[in-house]
Design a protein around this ligand. Structure first.
Ligand code: CUA
Length: 332
């Protein structure tokens, strides 16, 4: 083999193997909850059956090709019409295979759609074009895009939409579920390791469907309790004459208050609640990391980041922008 060709094979092999290495931020094959393991197990069962069918069919095919290949001088093969036993067999065999697929599938559907046990943590998920709102009615917490859940505790997501149909999916934690206006759907799951799990909207919901991301943050019990406590506290008021104070003035002056809630400052309900936006790791529906330059970029031209977003360009002056960003970052 020429050095060029062997290098090409090596590159191909490396590419193929790199698919096996991880990490798997959005793979159903790396389950991190009981729910996701049910789905993964079902996939394994169906995959093994498929492999069995594949091997049987290929062996028969290769045997037939070899056995009945054309040989010089050979007579024409015998023609047959109809074979009752064979026909019954190849009707029953696929039906049986489908039964072997259907039984575990239906079992999994029932297991993953079971009603939540008593004591499950209730979280309301409200889909918007294009961000996710989360409300914890028992804790008094309202947040957006980053869903915090405690480790190993069953969570009951009560999901509905404020506008069109969306679909909620964090592949390592649970299956897809449509989020429908005027209807409540549930996802019940318990995460079994801490960390950050990525997800996204998986139902086409308009221009920025692809920009409707989400994060599920699985916290240890103590971290979750601390997070929830910090989320219900009112944010610290800016010090007099500070840059944050000027930012808060700008927040009012530019009319941000019309769409956003900041506890004690504004009560808008069109956009995400910003009371603790400074404690989130991302902004703009998970599109941008929550860094000063990114918040500036977002405020200056939301349409450039998320086409079709309801957030308008407010024409914030540069000196106000710096103060506004400092204020938003101080909301922890
Ligand atoms: Cu929301 Cu797609």
């Amino acid at each position: 083999m020429s050095p060029y060709r062997s290098r090409r094979w090596l590159t191909l092999a490396a590419l193929a193997l790199s698919g096996c290495g991880g990490p798997f931020p959005q793979s159903t094959l790396a389950p991190a909850s009981g729910y996701a393991r049910e789905i993964d197990g079902l996939f394994g069962t169906v995959f093994k059956l498929m492999m069995l069918v594949f091997v049987v069919v290929e062996v028969l095919l290769l045997y037939t090709i070899f056995r009945h290949r054309h040989r010089p001088g050979a007579a024409e093969p015998r023609h047959t019409h109809g074979h009752t036993i064979l026909e019954i067999a190849w009707t029953i065999a696929p039906a049986l295979i489908l039964v072997f697929v259907a039984v575990p599938t239906i079992q999994t559907i029932f297991k993953t759609q079971a009603p939540p046990p008593a004591g499950a943590l209730k979280i309301q998920v409200i889909a918007h074009q294009w961000w996710w709102e989360y409300k914890y009615p028992d804790l008094g917490v309202v947040t957006a895009n980053e869903l915090h859940v405690p480790l190993a505790r069953t969570v009951d997501l009560e999901m509905t939409s404020a506008d069109v149909i969306h679909s909620f999916w964090a592949p390592r934690l649970f299956g897809k579920r449509d989020v429908i206006p005027g209807h409540t759907n549930h996802i019940v799951f318990a995460a079994d390791s801490t960390g950050e799990y990525l997800g996204q909207c998986v139902e086409f919901c308009g221009a920025s469907h692809a920009n409707m991301r989400l994060r599920v943050l699985v916290d240890s019990d103590t971290a979750f309790t601390a997070w929830a406590a910090s989320q219900v506290r009112a944010p610290r008021a800016p010090a007099k004459n500070s840059v944050e104070q000027r930012g808060q003035d700008a927040f009012r002056r530019y009319g941000c208050t019309g769409c956003h809630t900041v506890a004690g400052v504004a009560a808008g309900i069109i956009g995400p609640n910003l009371t603790h936006v400074g404690s989130r790791t991302t902004i703009a529906g998970g599109m941008l990391p929550s860094a000063a330059a990114m918040i500036e970029k977002w405020i200056e031209n939301p349409q450039a980041v998320k086409p079709g977003a309801l957030m308008p360009r407010m024409g914030v002056k540069p000196e106000d922008l710096t103060a506004l960003v400092a204020y938003l970052q101080s909301l922890k």
